[in-house]
Design a protein around this ligand. Structure first.
Ligand code: HEM
Length: 74
């Protein structure tokens, strides 16, 4: 997969869920998502966001995995 950017790819995807998860972490904050990346990956693989929200697509989950593998590019 081509280089994934937190600012251009991840934050815009997560922004719609930001308010719902502020109790735990700011999904649009680079440092917080980086620090919790393994947990975020596990959650989105397991169906987060919860119903009635549609789960992230396979491609979106793969993009997040690639962002981790690429060393968390900003
Ligand atoms: C892609 C978007 C989302 C991501 C990456 C995400 C991420 C996470 C993470 C990492 C946790 C685990 C927190 C912990 O164990 O300390 C979690 C739990 C939780 N999230 Fe989200 N979240 C998303 C969207 C949402 C939305 C839209 C809602 C509600 C409308 C929501 C509600 C919850 C709730 C209630 C929990 C705790 C119960 C559970 O683990 O199922 N999340 N989420």
């Amino acid at each position: 997969m081509s280089m994934v950017s937190f600012g251009k790819d991840i934050a815009p995807l997560f922004n719609q869920f930001r308010a719902s998860m502020m109790w735990r972490l700011d999904l649009t904050d680079y440092e917080q998502v980086k620090a919790n990346a393994d947990m975020v990956l596990t959650q989105i693989q397991g169906g987060m966001p919860p119903p009635p929200y549609p789960p992230l697509t396979t491609a979106q989950v793969a993009m997040f995995q690639a962002w981790i593998n690429q060393g968390f590019p900003k």
